[in-house]
Design a protein around this ligand. Sequence first.
Ligand code: AHG
Ligand code: MN
Ligand code: MN
Ligand code: MN
Length: 336
Amino acid sequence: DTGEKVNTHIITLTRFLTEEQIKHKEATGDFTLLCHALQYSFKSIAYYIRRATLVNLTGLAGSSNTTGDEQKKLDVISNDLFIEAMRSCGKVAMLVSEEEETEIHFPQAAGARYIVSCDPIDGSSNLDAGVSVGTIFAVHKIPDGVNVARKEDILKPGTELVAAGFTMYGASAQLVMTMKGSTVNGFTLDNGIGEFILSHPDMRIPKSRAIYSVNEGNSLYWEDKTINYFNSLKQAQADGKPYSARYIGSMVADAYRTLLYGGIFAYPADKKSPKGKLRILYECAPMALVFENAGGQAVDSTMNRMLEVVPEHIHDRSGIFMGSYDEIEKVKSFYK
Ligand code: AHG
Ligand code: MN
Ligand code: MN
Ligand code: MN
């Protein structure tokens, strides 16, 4: 036996999706095609992020979006790439994006049954510093008997999502996805062959870990409960040590670390932002589905299960606490 062993039993995302489709006898293949379009958009967004400094794609686009954020050039480009991928796959009837004021219909996609909500670039304030950012997606299905997708088909609790996930563009691109009532699986983009490879099957978040992730600069605006909870983490714990603080400022990157290491990520509602900052449809709900399916929890600032929060409008916001099962139990005890 000579030389290095090459693993030839690699599970690409394509193979994974094909095997999933075979397991679900009722599947038509539409969801698989949608996922192919999603992964294409992640690859192309990753490509432009990596080249941004070299091809003048850093900085502002000069416009703002509906939720008041200044758009970066890459927010706009990634949004356009994502929309075009969803339009051309023929399986998406309607799309909601952070960067689009209203929902977009794709009437050419005859018979399409899916609705996708997206945050094309999460953490875009970090782009020009080359810090990790991400793309978030959430997939709803149009109810049987409904022909044309309507806004009310997504203004529903996250428990109705059929799939959700995100890609983090870090040292490598990491795709994490889950389906309703299923496991969470993580894939790493192999740039050499241009494929996402299953690297983290059946991800489970550790039950607890002494790490917290929150923009503590906002503590001036926090309610007492929030102040008391985070202060408690800075006291000596059972092992005599306080928690560690980690805050990247890209929710996807902070959440991905939390998923792997355990602990908590929070963006609480506060006196300045009584409804929180993060948006329900394309930030809070998809992350909540991932965390719950990985054995963790996600709740809003009133300690309601995040997946049961119903947005009234497509860009509605919520406070959010997500993380290890035991840590969210601790948060609840401070808020009760
Ligand atoms: P986006 O870049 O999609 O607008 O999202 C920004 C969000 C999220 O990525 C991050 O957790 C949070 O804003 C950071 O906000 P602060 O700068 O207020 O901490
Ligand atoms: Mn934004
Ligand atoms: Mn975001
Ligand atoms: Mn964004």
